[in-house]
Each structure stands twice: as structure tokens, then as C-alpha cells.
Ligand binder design. Structure first.
Ligand code: HEM
Length: 138
């Protein structure tokens, strides 16, 4: 058993997660792979249909949000203003199946990224929190 060192930097501290994701360029690649998965996976058909036909702005908004959320520059706020995740999704019908489809797209997207394996696992676990907060129905 390894005892973790409290002085060791950890994901979630400062901009460690942002750096582990390859900075803004790495996050944009992740989001591109995420929306590509959403276009391809049959499980994601319903959540794809909630989005506009053209995903350019959706890609930019999610990548901008994740930059700040991972401890990097607050790109979403700079470009689009303040955001609250529950309010941003309140007009959508998101239940557990839609939440899980979103997370499945992210799991597939993470598989193709050059991130550390423990960071991929950490990120997917952390994303459950805003995914659950996006849920608007049981
Ligand atoms: C739980 C399943 C989720 C579904 C089905 C979902 C779906 C959507 C849809 C359909 C939009 C509108 C897209 C557009 O008009 O361009 C949207 C916007 C957005 N979502 Fe999600 N989302 C989910 C979870 C998340 C999570 C976990 C995050 C963050 C980690 C997130 C971040 C955003 C952001 C930043 C926007 C842009 C809001 C705006 O500017 O209006 N979403 N989402």
C-alpha cells in the first residue's frame, strides 16, 4: 500500500488538471472527440437531437467551460458571460439515461486522448457531478 503524500500536487489543485488535459488545445481535442462520439453512438441519439444541427458553437462553449472548470483560464466567462450549469440545462429533458449517454460520449472521447490513465479515470468521475446537476428529471 502506498501512503499518499499531502505535499504532492493532486488533480483538482490549482491548474494541475488543466495541464494534465494538455491545456486549451488538449481540451479542444477532447471536446471534438466527445461531439464526434455523440454523432456516432446510437445511445446518444436523443441527446444529439437536443443540440443544434451545427455543433461548432456547442463545441466552443463546452471547451471554453472546461478550461475554467479544470483550473485554467475562464474562457467561457470571457466569451459568453457567467454560467450556472443547472440553469443552462433547465429547458432540456435530461433524466438518468440522457446523463449516462453524455458520460458515455465522454468516456469514449477520453479513450482516444493521450492523457495519463489515472487522469482519465479522475476526470470521468468528476464529470459525474455537473452531469448530475444538469439532470432536470428523475
Ligand atoms: C447530463 C447530460 C447533458 C446533456 C444531455 C447536455 C446537453 C446540452 C445541450 C443540448 C446544450 C445546448 C447546446 C447548444 O445550444 O449549443 C448544452 C449546453 C451546455 N452544456 Fe450541457 N449537457 C449535459 C451535461 C453537461 C455537463 C456535464 C457540462 C459541463 C461539464 C455541460 C456543459 C454545457 C455548457 C457549458 C453549455 C453551454 C450553455 C450555454 O451557453 O447556453 N453540459 N448542454
Amino acid at each position: 500500500m502506498q501512503i499518499s503524500d499531502p505535499n504532492q500536487p493532486r488533480y483538482g489543485d490549482g491548474d494541475i488538471s488543466f495541464q494534465a488535459a494538455g491545456g486549451e488545445a488538449g481540451i479542444r481535442k477532447l471536446v471534438d472527440a466527445f461531439y464526434d462520439a455523440m454523432e456516432q453512438l446510437p445511445e446518444a441519439r436523443r441527446i444529439r437531437a437536443m443540440h443544434p444541427d451545427n455543433l461548432d458553437e456547442s463545441r466552443d462553449k463546452l471547451a471554453s467551460f472546461l478550461c475554467g472548470w479544470l483550473g485554467g483560464p475562464k474562457r467561457y466567462r470571457e466569451k459568453y458571460g457567467p454560467i450556472r450549469i443547472p440553469a443552462a440545462h433547465s429547458h432540456l429533458e435530461i433524466g438518468p439515461a440522457e446523463r449516462d449517454a453524455w458520460l458515455l460520449c465522454m468516456e469514449k472521447a477520453l479513450e482516444s486522448q493521450p492523457f495519463a490513465t489515472d487522469f482519465k479515470k479522475y476526470l470521468l468521475e468528476q464529470l459525474f457531478v455537473p452531469a448530475e446537476r444538469s439532470r432536470t428529471r428523475d
